[in-house]
Ligand binder design. Sequence first.
Ligand code: NAD
Ligand code: TYD
Length: 336
Amino acid sequence: MRIFVTGGCGFIGSNFVRFLLREGKDVEVTNFDALTYAGNLENLAGVEEHPRYRFLKGSITDREAVDAALRTGFDIVYNFAAESHVDRSLYEPHVFLDTNVRGTAVLLEAALKAKVKRFVQISTDEVYGSLGSDGLFTETTPLKPSSPYSAAKAAADLWVLAYHHTFGADVVVTRSSNNYGPFQFPEKLVPLFISNAVDGNALPVYGDGRQVRDWLFVEDNCRAIELAGLRGRAGEVYNIGGRAERENLAVTKAILRAVGKPETLIQYVKDRPGHDRRYALDIAKIEGELGWKPAVAFEDGLKRTVEWYLGHREWWSRVKSGAYREYYAKHYGAAL
Ligand code: NAD
Ligand code: TYD
């Protein structure tokens, strides 16, 4: 099976590439990535020389590059490539429109032209908007995205699904909750707070910290995405969640306990504009149709994640010392 992964140098994509090469003996993987700030070749250290792996640098917005890359023929395209950070989408919304919407459209068109058998669009629960204190998002919940990030992801989902409806394209959309695990860029809550705690720096909690996210260990998501690609029904959306709803403050305290640092490191900062209060997913569809369920409990996954970050200080120190710092100063400013 010939697999084309975009965004394979990012967090979930690199975990997915490793997962495919580890689990599938007959799988050849091409990783097509533009290497933006979030793309890090070090995420694939040890994989570069794998005989069934190939890296191509390029952007999904570049029609010629995408056409050329897909020319050799592929069975499935998994589109992970995206601008993925809500906070950054507040500063540079147009980059999100260009990559997440136009890039997906260019890639899908090229995949159809190249006769790729299936296109899997990796999406997010954030397209559904925000929940009150109860209820769950199902795959038929109307889309009501709040941020430029989630609006761009929702637009891409609709575009891809329209190609199924109108042209019969074989597409599948996966919508997962908040992933965490190894190789996550330390701008997202879990790796930012682990690395700050290790260094004895403040943990900036937005607003009252009572926002709720559902947490999914990245390996569980990789398994679900692969299954959706292999056995999902064309034109369908699959929610992928961890059944692990937690308030941000609870996650923050669990991280501090795991790293062995005091709660005095918690610092409440100005809330994120348009901050969604709660996400939670109904995952009955993927459980019933594909027999998937999350295997890693949040407490175990967090323990494994903290251990990974403690053992890979060099990896995240290098990430944090680059352009990341400029972003950090711009976003958190004098608050920290
Ligand atoms: P990430 O930011 O860690 O990685 C994104 C990758 O895409 C990087 O390697 C980057 O270089 C690459 N990329 C960006 N623009 C590109 C372009 N124009 N062409 C080619 N490559 C490009 O993101 P992530 O957290 O790994 O998320 C991957 C996907 O999963 C995204 O589509 C995101 O919306 C979705 N998702 C993420 C989460 C999460 O919790 N991280 C949850 C649900 C869905
Ligand atoms: P994040 O990891 O950015 O993911 P998303 O916004 O896609 O859910 O944030 C997770 C939650 O943590 C979200 O409610 C925002 C909050 N948060 C903070 O309180 N402080 C921070 O510094 C960050 C990055 C996030």
